[in-house]
Design a protein around this ligand. Structure first.
Ligand code: UDP
Ligand code: MG
Length: 338
């Protein structure tokens, strides 16, 4: 277990910072500057900054490559296309090899200066210190409301404790990260997976800032997809929901049947076409909804069953000697099993 951080040629730095970047050209240089300063203040001189270019189309890739060639602490990973935030993050987490690992967004919504506080908290003996948003600036009411509702819903449905109002902004130690990296699943809701691990975790409240530049890459559709990943990866309650509803509607049906027979005996002919039609519609739509839930889980099983790699690395850019291919997930999982 001990030498997992040493797989590969590079010596393990005290700190790795992993930053997924998608079309962040406007804020990239500023982010790198502030992050570098925070790292030097907290972990000088042994740190690495891993910038993952998630198939950007605005020149972010070239900017990352030039940062990686000019700064010996910075490594750039170019993914073969846009795989999405959670997968880009996964790529960086599998590649990095520091003793402690900070996850941070590229848009400076999470202040890099908090690193010192994260480190201090971890020194008290925690394996994971996650940022908890005390407030959020520069985000619309819809994002705030939907995020709030989502975390409350998740808290009710999921059987593990996922702290409300947390993102992926967090500091982990190597022990926690190795466990995370050993999880092979394709639909990744990383903050939930880290909660699932357990160990000693602590929250660090902070103020979430407005984006330094650009706009969010989480429009409604991606937020809904992330919510679906979170719910279905951690819970089969939606599947049980299907049988519950089936039971309730079965009861209704029996009552309706009793009523019909009773009226027939009483000699009434029912004129209720409208109610009948609406009943059929309701039951039909409930059945479709439930089929949809089954389909969702079935589809996910199908995708997982293919066992494709989660991402393809196009190239790794860094100072000489660092251009090796990231270590393989299998290698790591093997090491953990050993
Ligand atoms: N991101 C990514 N791939 C994507 C979308 C986003 O790597 O397909 C990165 C993005 O560059 C940022 C982080 O994920 O560093 C969070 O994205 P964003 O700030 O757009 O989300 P929000 O903070 O609005 O939830
Ligand atoms: Mg953001």
């Amino acid at each position: 277990m001990e030498d997992i951080g040493q797989i590969g040629e590079r010596p393990a730095p005290a700190l790795s910072v992993v930053v997924p970047c998608y079309n962040e050209i406007a804020g990239l240089a500023e982010m790198h500057r502030r992050l570098g300063e925070a790292c030097r203040a907290a972990a000088a001189p042994s740190y690495e900054i891993v910038l993952v270019n998630d198939g950007s189309t605005d020149g972010t890739g070239a900017a990352i490559a030039s940062l990686a060639t000019s700064d010996p602490h910075t490594v750039g990973i170019d993914l073969a296309r846009n795989y999405g935030h959670q997968i880009a993050l996964t790529a960086g987490l599998e590649f990095c090899h520091g003793e402690r690992i900070l996850i941070i967004d590229a848009d400076l919504q999470d202040p890099p200066e908090l690193l010192a506080a994260f480190m201090a908290k971890m020194d008290q003996g925690f394996d994971v210190v996650y940022g908890q948003r005390a407030s959020r600036q520069g985000e619309g009411w819809f994002k705030l409301l939907s995020a709030k509702l989502f975390y409350r819903l998740l808290g009710h449905v999921v059987d593990i404790d996922i702290a409300p109002d947390t993102g992926d902004f967090r500091l982990m130690n190597r022990r926690a990260l190795d466990h995370l990296n050993a999880m092979p699943e394709r639909y990744r809701f990383i903050r939930g997976m880290v909660s699932w691990i357990g160990l000693k975790q602590a929250a660090l409240p902070y103020e979430r800032q407005a984006r330094f530049a650009g706009t969010t890459h989480y429009p409604l559709k991606k937020m809904l997809l992330l919510a679906a990943d979170a719910l279905t990866s951690f819970s089969i309650v939606p599947l049980r929901f299907a049988s519950m509803l089936g039971f309730v509607f079965g009861l209704f049906g029996l009552m309706a049947l009793g009523f019909t027979v009773f009226s027939w005996l009483a000699g009434h002919v029912l004129p209720g076409w409208t109610s009948l039609a609406s009943l059929i519609l309701i039951i039909g739509s409930v059945q479709l909804l439930m089929l949809g839930i089954f389909g969702e889980y079935l589809g996910r099983m199908y995708m997982e069953a293919k066992r494709r790699p989660l991402y393809i690395v196009d190239r790794v850019v860094g100072p000489s000697g660092r251009n090796e291919v990231p270590r393989l997930r299998e290698k790591l999982a093997e090491a953990i099993r050993a």
